[in-house]
Structure formats: C-alpha cells, structure tokens
Design a protein around this ligand. Structure first.
Ligand SMILES: C[S@@+](CC[C@H](N)C(=O)[O-])C[C@H]1O[C@@H](n2cnc3c(N)ncnc32)[C@H](O)[C@@H]1O
Length: 223
C-alpha cells in the first residue's frame, strides 16, 4: 500500500487567499493539498492533471462553501471521495463537527490516513447515505454537503433525511445547477425540501467561483 504521507511531488504553493480562508489552519490545508497532489494522484483519488490545480479546483473551491455553513454546525459530507468538500470545510470551520460518509473501502482507508496525518477531528463513516444504519447514526445534521456525487433529485433523497427539519443540504454543482434546479424542484419538494436556490461562493477568490444548490429541509412538507 502506498502510504498517504508520500509527498515526493513538489507541492503547489498556496494562493494568497488561502491564508484568509484557513487562518491558523493554513498548515493543515497545505498538508492536505500536498497529500492530494502526491499520494492522492498516485492512489487514483484525483486525476494526474489535477495535481497542479489542486488549490483552485479542489481545496479552495470547497473551502469557500464554508460561507454558507453556520458556526458550530454539525455537518455530514456525503460521498467524500478524496475528502471533498468535507476536509477543506473542517479546516476552514474549526468549530464544526464533520463526518465524511463514503462507501468505498479504498477511499475510506485514504480518508482515515489523511485525517490521522493532519491531526484533525473528523469522523469517517463507511456506508451509503441512504442506508438505514447511516441514517440512524448521523440524522439530525445542520448541514449535509456533497460535491459531484449524484443528480439533484437523488441527492435530495439521500441528503434531506440526514438533515434536521430546518437544516439544509448544500450540493456543490458546476454549470449544470440551473438546469438541475429547474428539472428537479418538484422531486425535491416531494422529498420534503424547500425551493432550491443557487448561491455563488468565493467570487474574487476562486475562478470560477463555486456554484452551490441550497435546499432547506422543511419543518412541514409543502402542500
Ligand atoms: C465523483 S466522486 C466525488 C468525490 C468528492 N465528493 C469530490 O468532489 O471529489 C463521488 C463519490 O460519491 C460516493 N458515493 C456514491 N454513491 C454514494 C452514496 N449513495 N452514499 C455516499 N457516497 C456515495 C462514491 O463512492 C464517490 O467517492
């Protein structure tokens, strides 16, 4: 097994904005970027061409979503893969309590190694978001995040049951966001979600900024 701590590839330097976003956790963010760009590529967690743009496309792109997360929130990150957006969010939000939910053993092993290496307090749950055991253990979250996991209607079915009534899911999407919202708004409502809205995070920090679909879990179903 290739150790997560292999850092032979020269790490890309952090952009100036990284200090503002991560504050005292900047060293942790640098460590995570190094791991992604080296062992993360070697172990197939991200593509080889991602190494040189690991800050903009991955670490900062995810960390800027912290602007939508309330202080001290309990956060479930569904489909974390290499740890995105959950690990950058945990570093940017030291008061948040974060669990990463990921079904694939190889990715879970990576997540546990990275968390140990960085020394951050993040939990990892091996499983699928829609499984009863996962729901029982992690339901009632303030915020349920995801990036590049599934279409909006499926995410709503997986993520809304993990959020507390009045909590929200944040789905980091690309340019597909408006079309997904239009297509899936009715399905989201049927699942107990509010009207989806699109937020743009990180203007002037990441290019392009991150597009996030925000859906509140309603306290009562509409209609
Ligand atoms: C394309 S990857 C994205 C990983 C990461 N979120 C990112 O942005 O780089 C999708 C991830 O979702 C996970 N996944 C797929 N279905 C899932 C489910 N039902 N519950 C939790 N995770 C799931 C996959 O194992 C995979 O790691």
């Amino acid at each position: 097994m290739t150790p997560a701590v292999s850092r032979e590839t020269p790490p890309p330097s952090p952009p100036a904005a990284a200090r503002t976003i991560f504050g005292t956790a900047l060293d942790g963010a640098i460590g995570y970027a190094e791991l992604l760009a080296s062992a993360g590529v070697e172990r197939g967690l991200i593509g080889p061409r991602e190494a040189e743009r690991v800050w903009e496309r991955h670490v900062l792109n995810c960390a800027v979503v912290a602007a939508l997360v309330p202080d001290g929130a309990r956060v479930v990150d569904v489909g974390s893969g290499a740890g995105l957006p959950g690990i950058p969010l945990a570093l940017a939000l030291p008061d948040a309590r974060i669990v990463l939910v990921e079904p694939l053993a190889r990715r879970v092993e990576w997540l546990r190694e990275v968390i140990a290496d960085l020394g951050v307090a993040i939990e990892v749950e091996r499983g699928r978001a829609e499984e009863d055991v996962v729901r029982r253990r992690w339901e009632g979250a303030d915020v349920v995040t995801s990036r590049a996991v599934a279409p909006l209607h499926r995410l709503a079915a997986w993520c809304l049951p993990l959020a507390r009534p009045g909590g929200m899911m944040l789905a980091v999407k690309g340019m597909s966001a408006p079309a997904e919202v239009e297509r899936d708004a009715r399905a989201v409502a049927a699942l107990g979600g509010g009207i989806p809205r699109i937020e743009t995070c990180g203007i002037g920090i990441v290019d392009p900024p991150s597009t996030v679909v925000v859906v509140e879990r309603l306290r009562r179903r509409r209609g």
